[in-house]
Design a protein around this ligand. Structure first.
Ligand SMILES: Cc1cc2nc3c(=O)[nH]c(=O)nc-3n(C[C@H](O)[C@H](O)[C@H](O)COP(=O)(O)OP(=O)(O)OC[C@H]3O[C@@H](n4cnc5c(N)ncnc54)[C@H](O)[C@@H]3O)c2cc1C
Ligand code: FES
Length: 286
């Protein structure tokens, strides 16, 4: 059992928690994730390690409440326990040798982008962060990004905070203005990452994207998280849990990944409705 050391809402739908998991805290690197279960009948879900405090054995997770399991996790309080917390999993984000980086985060993808921006800064890189949200109420982690970025641009779809537009707008303006980066690292919804890749491609700058397919075992055995990379017309199957979650943005077949991501929508909606009824009847969240 893993103790919830702290819990803090970052906005109405995003919660930050620290979980007591000293072995994960010692080993985790930026870009890695854990797979957790809230209780013994619960499903496994992957969440990125958003930070760690080795002295307290604490691992920070930041999650958006989107369905049954994240709602069940959010219903827990500090001092309570969750059943499993396995990690660190996945390949750490490649940050060595980058002197100038642009980290692009969309929505809760910013929780995954933030530790990468922090690690790049720690290694001495010049970091530009471009973060986007639908509106002001959904903006998170501004202080954290400000602290690790030489330049921070925040955009919202409706212009209610920062500049109006999506993340590709300031990115294109910077590139058109002659700004160059050793690498762009984009993390967010598939459609956002696809358009970041298309925006950066004409400038020949390498792009890393962080893929978030459904994961089950997290060990490369079940095939749930498979995706296709295309290089020189040759298609190769990879598993995001062991080969990723980071991949070369120019190689990912985003259309296939999007189609696969929609496969379980009906099932997830039903599970979410069941969980909401459960919490409502128990007088809890939702
Ligand atoms: C490597 C990785 C790191 C992630 N890190 C974060 C993070 O730091 N913060 C965060 O808010 N979210 C993160 N996610 C997404 C998170 O795992 C899903 O939001 C979560 O599993 C939703 O579960 P649910 O039961 O609440 O929702 P559901 O209603 O079951 O699903 C809602 C959506 O979440 C995704 N999802 C559902 N089950 C899984 C699963 N087992 N594996 C992956 N995706 C799933 C699907 O896109 C689905 O449409 C990450 C995903 C991956 C693959
Ligand atoms: S989650 Fe099973 S192969 Fe990746």
């Amino acid at each position: 059992m893993y103790k919830i050391l702290s819990k803090k809402p970052l906005n109405k739908t995003v919660t930050q928690m620290e979980i007591e998991a000293p072995l994960v805290a010692v080993k985790a690197k930026a870009g890695q994730f854990v797979i957790l279960r809230v209780d013994e009948n619960g499903e496994r879900i992957p969440l990125t390690v958003a930070g760690r405090d080795v002295s307290r054995g604490a691992v920070k997770i930041i999650f958006q409440i989107v369905g049954a399991t994240t709602a069940a996790l959010d219903a827990k309080s500090a001092g309570e326990y969750i059943t499993d917390f396995v990690g660190p999993l996945g390949v750490p984000t490649h940050v060595d040798g980058i002197s100038k980086a642009c980290v692009v985060g969309g929505g809760v993808g910013c929780a995954i982008a933030m530790p990468i921006a922090q690690e790049l800064k720690r290694l001495g890189a010049n970091v530009t962060s471009v973060v986007g949200f639908r509106n002001k109420d959904l903006v998170i982690l501004q202080d954290e990004f400000r602290a690790c970025s030489d330049k921070l641009v925040t955009v919202t779809d409706d212009g209610s905070y920062g500049e109006k537009g999506n993340v590709t707008l300031p990115l294109k303006q910077m590139l058109d203005g002659g700004e160059r980066f050793d690498r762009v690292i984009a993390i967010g919804p598939l459609v956002m990452m696809k358009y970041v890749v298309a925006t950066v491609k004409p400038y020949g700058i390498p792009v890393t994207v962080s893929m978030n397919p459904v994961m089950i075992d997290g060990t490369g055995m079940c095939g749930g998280c498979r995706l296709t990379l295309v290089r020189d017309g040759k298609r190769t199957t990879k598993f995001a849990c062991v080969d990723g979650p980071d991949f070369d943005g120019y190689e990912v077949d985003f259309d296939e990944a999007t189609a696969r991501g929609k496969m379980y929508c009906d099932f997830e909606r039903a599970a979410h409705d069941r969980a909401c009824n459960l919490f409502k009847n128990a007088g809890g969240a939702q």
